[in-house]
Design a protein around this ligand. Structure first.
Ligand SMILES: [Zn+2]
Length: 246
């Protein structure tokens, strides 16, 4: 896993991996995670950041949805959890991440979108990277309060035909209740019902709080307020990533 940003083409370790801490010339982490509750805007921000830094966005949510569409065993099992507002078990997520990180395009860096969500996942990630002489360099915590998240998430409507998504306030269809593209009747997915959202957020907070304090203790956690316009959020994240450490 050689990075073009580091003098390790000959196989030596990344300069920021050793116990001495980050090398001063490296001012931007290329292996980082973006965490935040559902509805915080992680997906949008992750796409922008991945393209800015030329690194892949690794989203366990996307990978699980693809697996569900493809009808794999793992995909269908995962869907049974998410349909009930529950998070998918660690083993299933870790299998996906391990396989994804082994692909060549992850070698120069990557952005983990919504992973790790448990301390166990964080520990397993640490082991996977350490085997390659690497380490996670930063964890962005995108925060939005619960009532705002419920406002955002319960307004989602989806077209069952083309899967395009809308929002009653933020992105309404031209004709109420109808998809702009396929003219199908929009539905509210099970995931987007208020009670399911409340359960999902509560479980997210319960499981993620220990992960955040874990990364806080390691000095990797960088909080960003997600309750501002999307371009301001992007600027705040970039500011946190590119500020010189030490
Ligand atoms: Zn449609």
């Amino acid at each position: 896993m050689a990075s073009p940003l580091s003098p390790d083409a000959a196989g030596t370790r990344h300069p920021w991996y050793n116990e001495a801490g980050p090398a001063s010339w490296v001012n931007c982490p290329m292996r980082f995670a973006l965490l935040g509750p559902p509805g915080a805007g992680k997906g949008t921000q992750a796409d922008l950041l991945a393209s800015r830094y030329g690194i892949p966005k690794i989203s366990t949510g996307d990978m699980l949805r693809e697996a569900a569409r493809a009808g794999t065993d793992l995909g269908l099992q995962a869907k049974a959890y998410t349909d009930h507002g529950l998070l998918v078990p660690d083993e299933m997520i870790l299998a996906l991440v391990r396989e994804r990180l082994a692909r060549p395009d992850s070698g120069a860096g990557f952005l983990l979108d919504g992973f790790p969500r448990t301390v166990r996942q964080a520990d397993s990630l640490h082991e996977m990277l350490a085997q390659e002489g690497l380490a996670l360099e930063a964890v962005i915590d995108l925060e939005v309060d619960t009532e705002e998240l419920i406002r955002r998430l319960s307004g989602r409507r989806t077209c069952p035909v083309c899967e395009r998504s809308y929002h009653l306030v933020g992105r309404p269809p031209r004709v109420p209740g109808m998809c702009d593209l396929s003219h199908g009747a929009l539905i509210q997915r099970d995931d987007d019902r208020e009670q399911v959202i409340r359960e999902r957020l509560a479980e997210y907070r319960r499981r993620t709080a220990p992960v955040l304090s874990h990364y806080q203790t390691q000095g990797l956690l960088r909080p960003v307020c997600g309750q501002q316009p999307a371009d301001a959020v992007t600027a705040a994240i970039i500011g946190q990533l590119e500020k010189r450490s030490n």
